[in-house]
Design a protein around this ligand. Structure first.
Ligand SMILES: Nc1ncnc2c1ncn2[C@@H]1O[C@H](COP(=O)(O)OP(=O)(O)O)[C@@H](O)[C@H]1O
Ligand SMILES: [Mg+2]
Length: 401
């Protein structure tokens, strides 16, 4: 038996250890610039966008830590902070799909309430949450949205004054998975009005730093307001082949395993499509199936088998079910048979024997259901690259089902 070791890969949670955060120099630099601008009364509300599993929450976590005075990442990347360290009053809010704009706003204020008690103990500041709860705008009456924004902003202004008095750089609100907010809850309008009001009131060291899935953010765009016009966008792209190899080798070294990565590199990139989430999953499982401390092709194959038959079986089965029956399954089967990660529509059309217009609605539905993504016009890919391996192993659901 191999000696037990701590798994260096974390497919199920964002990277919090700055020394395990790989690459992303340009994006970190952009976000540090946002921090610097806020600290100098020049608000740059920012949103990190990208596909699921590309590393948004990890980056947001790193910036959160930096904003609270942790210099490890910026020091390692030699990024100029413009000051010795940041000292913002920060809260972190995770949006879930049961929340509308009001719940998000209330959640943020509740967290400040807790944070104030923790970091500014002895400071007396009344956020007046009780009053705020009663303010939820009546959905029918449009006018009350601005009253709600006024109340929210008023509380942020108070926080800003207190933070400044306490020698802080300002007040930052980190929101992860902002795209999960209820679609009809006017979140874009809310942010637009809040940011405008803050600016009118001369409160320029209060800001939002958010993360969300690209396609879903685009769906939040409304008639008069747009998240992407209010926020500066920092799009995250998947890693390239060498970067995927480096992430894996980094973990393998920590776990004291060796690997001839040049041999596996291309295959690893093909499977993970450059997303760090499947990269970590694969790394973790390769270490778990290996028996001799040397990682090779057979470990890779065994790891994939273990992922689709065991570790991720339930998740992948439910994605496949969510896709829909009949034609939907045929489309996925066709896509899994293509040798590359990005599949041209033309190939699917030939494979399923239908003209493109006959299944274009199905393709849009598969995107809405978060089964497929559309990297560009006429090109499609699986959101979870492991689904392709799953279909290759088990096939699709029986077409009559
Ligand atoms: N810069 C990075 N370096 C190394 N691993 C990363 C990096 N970004 C993300 N990961 C890994 O990828 C997985 C998915 O990242 P996460 O930040 O949760 O993605 P997202 O929020 O975009 O879905 C995490 O488990 C994390 O371990
Ligand atoms: Mg995330």
């Amino acid at each position: 038996m191999k000696p037990r070791f701590v798994d260096p890969f974390t497919p199920n949670r964002p990277i919090d250890d700055p020394s395990r955060f790989f690459g992303r120099e340009d994006s970190v630099n952009e976000l540090v610039d946002s921090l610097f601008q806020f600290a100098n009364n020049n608000p740059k509300h920012t949103i990190i966008t990208g596909d699921r599993g590309v590393g948004k929450s990890s980056l947001l976590t790193q910036v959160f830590q930096t904003a609270k005075g942790d210099n490890q990442l910026t020091d390692r990347l030699s990024i100029d902070r413009g000051m010795s360290k940041y000292n913002f009053l920060c809260v972190w809010h995770d949006v879930d799909s049961s929340q509308g704009t009001e719940e998000v706003a209330l959640g943020i204020l509740q967290k400040f309430d807790g944070e104030l008690k923790r970091v500014l103990s002895g400071v007396n500041i009344e956020i007046n949450l009780g009053e705020f709860v009663k303010l939820s705008p009546d959905k029918a009456a449009k006018s009350s949205v601005s009253a709600f924004v006024d109340q929210f902003t008023e509380r942020l202004c108070k926080l800003s004054r207190k933070a400044t008095e306490q020698g802080k750089n300002g007040v930052l609100i980190f929101i992860d998975e902002i795209d999960r907010v209820k679609l009809d809850s006017g979140v874009s309008t809310f942010f637009k009005l809040t940011c405008e009001k803050l600016s009118r009131d001369g409160v320029k060291n209060v800001g939002f730093i958010c993360a969300g899935i690209t396609g879903a953010i685009q769906k939040l765009e409304e008639e008069h307001a747009s998240i992407l016009r209010t926020f500066r966008d920092v799009p995250l792209l998947p890693f390239d082949e060498d970067e995927v190899a480096e992430i894996l080798m980094g973990g393998f070294c920590v776990a004291k395993h060796s690997c001839d990565i040049t041999e596996l590199k291309t295959k690893l990139f093909e499977i993970t499509i450059g997303l760090p989430e499947p990269t970590h999953l694969l790394g973790s499982e390769m270490l778990s199936v290996d028996t001799d401390g040397v990682l090779d092709t057979s470990d890779l194959e065994n790891a994939i088998r273990k992922i689709v038959t065991d570790v991720r079986k339930n998740k992948l089965t439910s994605i496949l079910k969510k896709a829909g029956t009949g034609k939907y399954q045929k489309i996925l089967e066709a896509m899994a048979s293509y040798e590359k990660k990005i599949v041209p529509l033309d190939f699917i059309s030939k494979k399923i024997g239908q003209e493109q217009y006959q299944f274009s609605t199905n393709m849009s539905t598969l995107i809405d259901r978060e089964v497929l993504s559309k990297p560009s016009i006429g090109l499609y890919a699986f959101c979870d690259p492991m689904l392709k391996e799953y279909i290759r192993t088990f096939g699709v659901l029986s077409l009559e089902e």
